[in-house]
Design a protein around this ligand. Structure first.
Ligand code: AMP
Length: 395
């Protein structure tokens, strides 16, 4: 990575504004159900404490739309944070202003302060210049460790960098970028892409770009049907993005020209309704009934995909093979987790649902890296520059 990191600078006594991603999920009892984003930020926080920095943590949580809302208060993660770093954390219920500045002025080296949700101000997502300045008021160093929010040009993810002397990447950010480079910029080949999930809108451009790098690609999940329809297949009521059919045709032509081998499912588990207890049927890809939707891939497809993966040296995967949240439609995704882990390839999973599937399958240890960023990961794959990385100092 050609961006500076916290490892490159002197941190002792420096007031460091650390943008983390503590946007963790909660259950109805307001208990954190998955703290992996917080755990992901620990190496950076611990490094800063050890080096005697004053650690000022800022994050967004949910979408409070510029208003104070206790449901989205960062206070909800305070106790877990204390437990994770094993020391006290000061909390201020704001992210700018007098109280924040006074608290920072009283901090000692190694102290940790957690600020309130930056999105309680609408100026955050508007990347307002004055707000960015206020965030930077008592700060020496901006540390961006929020890879999951790096595709957003917001005040706390990018705007603040204009008003502090030094802007560097945290260790999680560095790890994300290094894995991405290993997998996509300089991959060991064959490089195999796996794209699934529901949102064709987000993924079709990714495939368009990635086609130039890939040796093989597996196109599955809901995404497959836009392509299958583009190739003239009947897909019943399955998920199709009609306005992307022409684009899908273009990508197929491109992949043919570039000699990218592509694989689509050859059989499906179909149902008449999108329901966990709907009656299911296993059909071949050419026999999807007109009144049904395909909600998972079948066993022949799992075998085809496992064979396609066998010689892979690098795998990049985003999106499940089916509506895996419902048991009846989960086998295809879990079969793929199994196939991927058996290859021994360097495997990068692009956050979101495929990451959840790997965790559910207890296979986290067998995967090289699960990215903490869904959208950010996809935008990197698409070849975009991310504002949260772009704004950091070059090495
Ligand atoms: P995404 O956020 O685009 O990765 O989409 C993830 C979602 O895709 C999951 O919630 C799955 O339930 C859904 N999904 C995957 N395959 C299908 C399918 N064949 N039909 C409908 N939804 C699907």
């Amino acid at each position: 990575m050609n961006k500076s990191t916290i490892g490159d600078i002197d941190l002792k006594g420096k007031r460091c504004f650390v943008r983390v991603d503590f946007n963790v999920p909660f259950n109805d009892e307001q208990e954190i159900t998955d703290d992996s984003r917080m755990v992901g930020a620990l190496p950076t926080i611990n490094h800063l404490i050890k080096d005697g920095a004053k650690v000022i943590l800022a994050s967004h949580m949910g979408r409070p739309k510029g208003e104070r809302n206790p449901e989205y208060s960062l206070k909800l993660v305070l106790e877990r944070l204390k437990a994770l770093i094993g020391k006290d954390v000061i909390f201020v219920d704001d992210c700018i202003g007098e109280e924040v500045n006074a608290t920072i002025a009283s901090m000692k080296e190694g102290d940790v302060l957690l600020l309130e949700n930056v999105r309680f101000y609408k100026e955050e997502t508007a990347n307002d210049e004055n707000f960015s300045k206020q965030l930077a008021e008592s700060i020496d160093v901006f540390v961006n460790d929020a890879f999951g929010a790096a595709h957003r040009a917001h005040a706390s993810t990018a705007g603040i960098a204009r008003f502090v002397g030094v802007s560097v990447a945290g260790l999680l950010m560095e790890k994300e970028i290094n894995y991405f480079n290993k997998a996509v910029a300089n991959p060991e080949r064959p490089l195999v892409g796996i794209l699934g999930g529901a949102k064709a809108e987000g993924k079709i451009e990714v495939l368009n770009k990635l086609a130039e790098k890939l040796d093989k690609v597996i196109i599955s999940g809901g995404l497959a049907f836009t392509f299958m329809k583009a190739m003239g297949a009947e897909v019943g009521n399955s998920l199709v993005s009609n306005d992307l059919i022409d684009k899908a045709k273009e990508i197929i032509t491109k992949m043919d020209k570039l000699n990218v081998e592509y694989f689509f499912p050859v059989d499906f588990v179909v149902a008449k309704e999108f329901k966990a207890d709907a009656a299911t049927q296993l059909v071949s890809a050419t026999a999807i009934p007109s009144d049904s939707m395909a909600l998972d891939i079948g066993p022949e497809s799992s075998k085809l995909f496992a064979d396609a993966l066998q010689d892979a040296k690098t795998i990049v995967w985003n999106g499940p093979m089916g509506a895996f949240e419902m048991e009846a439609f989960s086998k295809g995704t879990y079969n793929l987790v199994d196939a991927v882990t058996k290859t021994g390839a360097l495997t990068i999973i692009g956050g979101g649902d495929s990451g959840v599937a790997v965790k559910n399958a207890g296979a986290v240890d067998k995967i090289s890296y699960i990215s903490t960023g869904g959208g950010a990961f996809l935008e990197l794959l698409e070849g975009k520059t991310l504002p949260g990385i772009e704004c950091l100092n070059e090495k």
